[in-house]
Ligand binder design. Sequence first.
Ligand SMILES: Nc1ncnc2c1ncn2[C@@H]1O[C@H](COP(=O)(O)OP(=O)(O)OP(=O)(O)O)[C@@H](O)[C@H]1O
Length: 575
Amino acid sequence: MLITNYLKKYWWRYALGIVFLLVVDYIQIIIPRRIGNIIDYIETDSWNLDHLKILVLSIIMLATGLVIGRFFWRFFIIGAARLFQYKTINTMFTHIIELDQNFYDKWRTGDLMTRFTSDTRQLERMMGPAVIMMVDTLFMTVMTVIAMGTFVDWELTFLSILPLPIIAIISLFFGRIIHKRFTEVQESTSDLSNITEESLSGMDVIKLYANKDTMKKLFNNSSKDYYDSYIKLIRIWGLMHPLVTFLGSLAQLFVFFFGGKMVINGEITLGDFIMTNQYVGMLIWPMMAFGFLVNNIQRGRASLKRITNVLDQERTVIEPEKKNFDFKGHFVVKNLNFKYPTSERKILKNVNLEIKPGEMIAFVGKIGSGKSTLAKLLTKLYQVEDNSIFIDNEDINNIHGEIIRENVSYVPQDNFLFSMSIRENIAFSNIDLALKAEEYAEKASVDKDLKNLEKGYETIVGERGVTLSGGQRQRVTIARALAKKSKVIILDDCLSAVDTETEEKIIKNLREETIGKTIIVISHRLKAVKNSNKIYVFEDGKIYESGTHNELLEKDGIYADMYQKQMIEEKLEEE
Ligand SMILES: Nc1ncnc2c1ncn2[C@@H]1O[C@H](COP(=O)(O)OP(=O)(O)OP(=O)(O)O)[C@@H](O)[C@H]1O
């Protein structure tokens, strides 16, 4: 489908390229004949220099034609293949950027990267070099054999090309092994790049665990695998090339033996003999190309399957038509049950809650009790059953997810920043806000820290945000969420890297700065969220209890227990 659609639009590029390729092939066949003619002409007694000059000039013109023809077939065919690769990469990216969270939960980044790089390159080879090999194999072989037969002698042609099909068989046979070894090289390359990437990103962990030797060993194993797989590939190339050259020379020997005899017997001229020799040399490439062609198509088809697999992935969240929706942010959750599409385990069990516009709500509870899952469902990252979540009295399934996410800023636990300046990171939702970055940073209590950096807001955030401390990174992501100007802000345990006091201060500050906005805070520190309008306590996917801080303390349940423990821990730390 991918290829058919492309060919429907760009077939003319291939048609033009093939015309140039055929012209080049034809000229290649004419040149040996001209050389043969010159030799025969010199051998006659009546030759004159002017005529010789014209003959030589005609060869120069043919050679110029070759140069021009070669430029254009490359331009059209290789250009079309590269364009196909470029379009495929873009089609894949446009497709996956539309996919929902479930796709990213299932697919590994490394695997996707390979499909974007080496698989599309493989496809490019099938759409470019393979097309050329096909034309060459078909036309060059047929045209050269016909030329040899008609210009020289059919019997000599038949005898001289006898060893050549063996080259095709050999290159087909070796092609399979090369394909296998090449795949091994690719796999070991991706393993090596994986371990290099991981070691560099996790260098601080390696150093902190004083684990250099283990890492060195792992790295060495991987680079040794890479080296070994390459050597195996080189070995097979090393065997195949001399064999092909040997068979090519054998064919030329046949020409010397049978052709030489015919020259002595006066059946053909010396020019015919040289012509045949050159033609036989020209047949070696199409024979080799045949093996490469089969190989290339096999690899291309495998890659095409891997790419179509990505393009066949569909959204699991079914979206209605995107209509205007007056989003106020009144959430009602009714008897909500939820399982992730990738698992059979029930994560949320009969959850009921209500969040009114302008309120500050807290989700607290043990690790893995389902707090983040509920927050993600409120932003429609996964599909839920009908009649389980309502926003402003409308079933969430009837509201387009993009409208919800335009109005809700979700700050997740892992604070990913892009490798751009801090200013650009803060203004990520709208670059026009770049000049106001300081304002949002102040609201997120990170302005002072950023001003103290040598390049201030213009500091480029390094790989995975390493130029900033954990707490600074977390607050920059909050500033980024505030710049989005949404009606609801969800802070998903995104302040764990700052101390309790700072977390409390930031949340208090946020509340004052964002009056009228709904704030949902997920936190393990109860002191930081005790001023919430309502606190929901999660336990094993259920809401165990809810209420204000004081109400929950009175209930003397899980919350009261957790709070008392945290207070004791705090006191102990102070002492
Ligand atoms: N994408 C996913 N696919 C399958 N299971 C998942 C996925 N994400 C989370 N889970 C599982 O769902 C359960 C609830 O996870 P969730 O992140 O909602 O907990 P949490 O209360 O926010 O925990 P924490 O306080 O550690 O953030 C966990 O057991 C987790 O393993």
